[in-house]
Design a protein around this ligand. Structure first.
Ligand code: NAD
Length: 291
């Protein structure tokens, strides 16, 4: 029997744990942790993401502070806001919604965020900490992916993990997290020769590519854990739908456990953002928590 990993259910449990950590911080320090979200411009998808993050943050008991700036805001003005939020004692986490308008360098703005408030884990400081195996804030989607793997088995040591995709947002940090779990990690990408054979070696196969159903059923070793990060909008039989980077129906015949897409990694991303914000608040305010 193949286990279908229910990301929604795992995310719901994590969100409850976050809510209890938030309550603990409130009880010990008399403060309500706060997440500041910076949105520049009117990108419709970004507006939806920010609204969802706002609702989830409030539901967990934290304060959500939205800074909505017009598209013509200068890079220096956005940097000035980030610096102000860095200094603000009441703000525990800062998130700058990407993409930024073309005239603003995401690199400059993101790296202005204080690493201890960088709840997306995207600053160079946090990327370095992850690489060095030091405590830091870890990007949300890869963090959520590893939590899902651990719902299947806690014993990752020695397993061969293949990560397809080497993006800064997902593939690279996911590879680092799996390495930290003592997996033998192979990073595959668009230049990898014979990707199918590489994938067939995987005990844990993670796809973060952005190509609908790239990973075929016969690329999956019998019993492997398959984590599908992909979210792709396609049109099929005249209907719009979302599919992952894995051919789910075929892959589940071979997989021991597999995430659906949607309903797998997706819900974990916001849950891990909340987790990072609660952790950032607890660390800054000297409250010992586990979540
Ligand atoms: P990206 O475009 O930044 O990176 C894609 C990676 O895939 C690149 O490293 C590239 O080398 C590799 N690649 C491209 N074509 C390939 C091929 N044919 N064979 C092998 N490798 C190939 O994308 P990303 O930001 O890492 O996102 C990947 C997917 O994950 C997208 O579908 C995205 O929508 C989804 N995503 C989901 C979440 C979530 O919350 N679930 C979060 C972020 C991204």
């Amino acid at each position: 029997m193949t286990t279908i990993i229910d990301g929604k259910a795992v995310a719901a449990v994590l969100r409850e744990k976050v809510a209890s950590v938030v309550a603990q911080i409130g009880a010990q320090q008399g403060v309500q942790p706060a997440l500041a979200v910076v949105l520049v411009g009117e990108d419709p998808a970004s507006q939806i993401y920010v609204r969802n993050k706002h609702a989830a943050t409030e539901k967990s008991g934290m304060r959500s502070i939205a800074h909505k700036l017009p598209a013509e805001t200068s890079e220096d003005e956005v940097v000035a806001l980030v610096r102000k939020l860095n200094e603000d004692e009441a703000v525990d986490g800062i998130l700058v919604q990407l993409p930024l308008p073309d005239h603003i360098s995401p690199d400059r703005v993101i790296n202005e965020i204080h690493p201890d408030k960088d709840v997306d884990g995207l600053t160079e400081a946090n990327a370095g900490r992850l690489m060095l195996g030091k405590d830091g804030l870890v990007p949300c989607t890869p963090q959520g992916s590893v939590i899902l793997v651990k719902t299947v088995t806690e014993k990752l040591s020695g397993l061969h993990a293949v990560v397809v995709g080497r993006s800064i947002l997902v593939g690279k940090p996911l590879s680092m997290l799996l390495l930290a779990e003592n997996c033998t990690v192979t990073m595959a990408h668009s230049r990898t020769k014979d990707l199918a054979s590489v994938c067939r070696e995987a005990d844990i196969l993670c796809a973060a590519v952005g190509v609908p159903r790239l990973v075929k059923g016969d690329w999956v070793k019998k019993g492997a854990i398959v984590i599908d990060v992909g979210i792709n909008r396609i049109e099929e039989n005249g209907k719009k739908r979302l599919v992952g980077d894995v051919d789910f129906d075929a892959a589940k015949e071979n997989a021991g456990a597999i995430t659906p897409a949607p309903g797998g990694v997706g819900p974990m991303t916001i849950a891990c953002l909340l987790r990072n914000t609660a952790l950032a608040a607890a660390r800054r305010r000297g409250v010992a928590v586990t979540v």
